[in-house]
Write a protein that binds this ligand. Structure first.
Ligand SMILES: [Zn+2]
Length: 436
């Protein structure tokens, strides 16, 4: 067994070091003698839909325009490489979150919609299951429902991501120690009782996390997804979940594997809603900074951050104009949907909307908003999003995913293995090779 483990590491190092050494124009070449040490813990962080334009946009979004320099972000600090995301042949070049999560968790390409199964719908082992067999603890901390495609791709096996109830029910067998996110509606009382019988503490409020002492916890904090950061500014739910997950999982002397997902970046992208997308980026970046600090304090922990794919075809600058106005986006104090819902029940909606938007639309724009309001909340939400995109010169090419490569960020022992170009399946293979 020990021999086998040693062979695996040698394999990983010999396969991947030439790639790492070849990608070092401004980094000192890696000495084979300094082969990366094996981490005890691995934290995998996925920004769902977080293509490269999201991290660029976030840089300008968080920039202080009153200083000469554009401040570096946590993404700029931790960047090591890029990854292709295409799914199995049968699904073409543009992946969905299920196929991508399966690739990132198991190293195998599959069809879009597949959860932890291969092209022939056969279950395949994920890093979570392999870690469990080695006596490690595992967990997920997400903002979507916990049985949504990305966490499901790490914990479950199902031929379709749409089988939400079956996926939730299968979690009882995964033995994941920490399951935090949304999705109450998919967990029946019978299922919750099964979790309790297995020793899980079940909680429904983020504030209850403080009191959790058991190593096993199922925390479902919303019916489906957790509130958007932009509507929930004091909370930072993903950071709270992540801190608690680490503190519980790190009690295992054999180490842990944790998946953290900034789930709703993707939802903002699908909605072509730059305000919500940037709010989610900020929360995800804050959570990465917490993990970055943990890695500094615990040099035995590797963090690998990537996206499962890009969403929306976001463009920084649009309409033929050489400009992008993140300050306008930052000035909007709630999601467009939230603003529209409020406006529909409000006599004084125009004045209140101007307050929420943080800018005053011209008379033509106000008329467009008034006409949309007559049609209902959905039309008004769309009109608000379009107005914000237009005025900030934010562009979108799709309501779905796009096939551009995504970035890979890493820190801690083994981080060098993720340098340069790789496929998303390589990310899983490298992480699995680094398990004890
Ligand atoms: Zn998506």
């Amino acid at each position: 067994m020990l021999f086998k483990r040693a062979m695996l590491l040698v394999c990983a190092v010999s396969i991947f070091l030439p790639l790492a050494a070849g990608a070092t124009t401004n980094n000192p070449a890696i000495d084979i003698q300094q082969a990366p040490a094996r981490p005890k813990n691995i934290i995998i962080m996925i920004g769902d839909g977080m293509g490269p334009e999201y991290t660029s946009a976030y840089r300008y979004y968080q920039d202080n325009p009153n200083t000469e320099e554009v401040e570096e972000t946590v993404f700029d600090r931790l960047l090591v490489g890029m990854a292709s995301t295409y799914p199995a042949r049968v699904s073409g070049y543009v992946t969905d979150s299920a196929a991508s999560a399966t690739a990132l968790s198991s190293g195998i390409k599959t069809y879009n919609g597949a959860i932890g199964v291969d092209e022939h719908k056969k279950p395949i082992s994920s890093i979570m299951q392999i870690a469990k067999k080695k006596g490690m603890s595992t967990g997920v901390a997400v903002k979507s429902q916990v049985n949504h495609a990305t966490p499901a791709g790490f914990l479950a096996h199902n031929e379709s991501r749409q089988n939400y109830v079956a996926i939730a029910e299968s979690y009882i067998d995964t033995d994941a120690d920490v399951i935090l996110g949304g999705g109450q509606r998919y967990f029946s009382e019978t299922l919750i009782n099964k979790f309790k019988d297995k020793g899980y503490q079940y909680i429904t409020e983020l504030s209850q996390l403080d009191s959790v002492k058991k190593p096993k916890v199922l925390g479902l904090f919303a019916d489906i997804e957790l509130p958007l950061a932009v509507n929930d500014k004091d909370i930072n739910s993903l950071t709270i979940e992540t801190k608690k997950a680490i503190s519980l999982l790190s009690q295992n002397p054999n180490g842990f594997v944790l998946l953290v997902e900034g789930s709703l970046i993707d939802w903002g992208g699908h909605d072509n809603d730059i305000v919500s997308a940037m709010g989610e980026m900020e929360e995800f970046a804050n959570t990465i900074e917490v993990v970055e600090q943990y890695v500094r304090d615990h040099p035995d922990t590797l963090v690998v951050i990537t996206a499962d794919h890009n969403t929306g075809g976001l463009s920084i600058g649009a309409n033929g104009v050489y400009a992008w106005d993140p300050q306008l986006i930052k000035g909007v104090n709630a999601s467009p949907k939230h603003i529209a819902e409020k406006a529909n029940e409000d006599q004084n909606w125009q004045q209140n909307m101007i307050t929420s938007l943080g800018f005053t639309p011209d008379s033509h724009e106000l008329q467009t908003l008034a006409d949309a309001r007559e049609e209902g909340t959905k039309a008004l939400t769309t009109a608000i999003k379009q107005l914000i995109s237009l005025k900030s010169n934010t562009g979108w090419t799709s309501g779905g995913h796009t096939g551009v490569d995504v970035q890979v960020f890493a820190d801690g022992p083994g981080a060098n293995l993720f340098r340069g170009h790789q496929d998303n399946t390589d990310i899983a293979k490298k992480m699995i090779s680094l398990l004890p």
